[in-house]
Design a protein around this ligand. Structure first.
Ligand code: ADP
Ligand code: MG
Length: 250
């Protein structure tokens, strides 16, 4: 069995007084790509925020372990240093910092210039980070940030939302390059947890496991393509794979 890069056990997370993550488990092994489906407001982005230990999200019980290290007392910075990188659903704009300056500051990659060209971002290098970027440009800048940061575990929140079909392919190919380098046949060394609303990303990225996330927890897991088809046919609530698992729940 693959070594676990991320292990989440019976995790509960609150924002203020409100419980958002209500007891969920997840293990992501080395080289594995997991996708998370689920309705809006179910807590998917909160799960990623909790893994990064972003301010405002309180882990009330359960545990998160990254490469064998429990993260409960760590800062976000320390978690990034453990090799975790996040691409936000809604990335912040930062005035006064150009994209180029930001990327150079965090760059641990092999060939940043090639990635900039691949994502067609040359003309944005001199612009303030994410200021006035369109939906697709924001997502390309986020993936470029991940490329530069070169983490072992990629947390990617809705890479295809607000992006046209052509750019989804560009973004997905760039994610694949981060995951397995330039050689497509090479065994994947990096891991990813990707939130997808549309599932389009599955046309380009070979995912190992899919999960359906509802009301603060993973309610079923299985083959990502099968789960996607079930959701398309029956919706989240009626997803056949989910129903099977939910019946087994107490
Ligand atoms: P998803 O990504 O599945 O759409 P989210 O994790 O963004 O869901 O949100 C889950 C719930 O938590 C929503 O009801 C949302 O309003 C609430 N929530 C998330 N972050 C915050 C926050 N910083 N302050 C207040 N409520 C929040
Ligand atoms: Mg979200």
């Amino acid at each position: 069995m693959a070594e676990d890069v991320l292990e989440i056990a019976d995790l509960h997370v609150s924002v203020g007084d409100k419980a958002i993550i209500k007891g969920t488990d997840l293990r992501v092994g080395k080289g594995e790509v997991h996708v998370l489906f689920g309705p809006n407001g179910s807590g998917k982005s909160t799960l990623l925020a909790a893994v990064m230990r972003l301010p405002g999200y309180t882990q009330t019980s359960g545990s998160i372990t990254v490469n064998g290290t429990p993260t409960e007392t760590l800062s976000t910075d320390a978690i990034a240093r453990l090799g975790v990188g996040i691409s936000f659903q809604h990335p912040p704009a930062i005035r006064g910092v150009t994209l180029e300056r930001f990327l150079k500051r965090i760059d641990r990659s092999d060939d940043l210039e090639a990635a900039v060209a691949r994502l067609d971002m040359e003309r944005f290098l001199g612009r303030e980070l994410n200021v006035g970027f369109s939906g697709g440009e924001l997502k390309r800048a986020e993936i470029l940030k991940l490329y530069a940061q070169n983490p072992q575990l990629l947390l990617i929140d809705e890479p295809e939302s607000g992006v046209d079909i052509e750019n989804i392919a560009v973004i997905a190919r760039a994610i694949n390059t981060i995951l397995q380098g330039e050689r497509p046949m090479k065994l994947r060394e990096k891991s990813a947890l990707i939130i997808t609303h549309t599932g389009h990303i599955l046309n380009y990225i070979d995912a190992d496991v899919g999960h359906v996330f509802m009301d603060g927890r993973i309610v079923c897991s299985g083959n990502p393509q099968t789960i996607m088809e079930d959701i398309r046919k029956h919706g989240f609530a009626g997803c056949a794979a989910c129903l099977k698992t939910q019946k087994a729940l107490p």
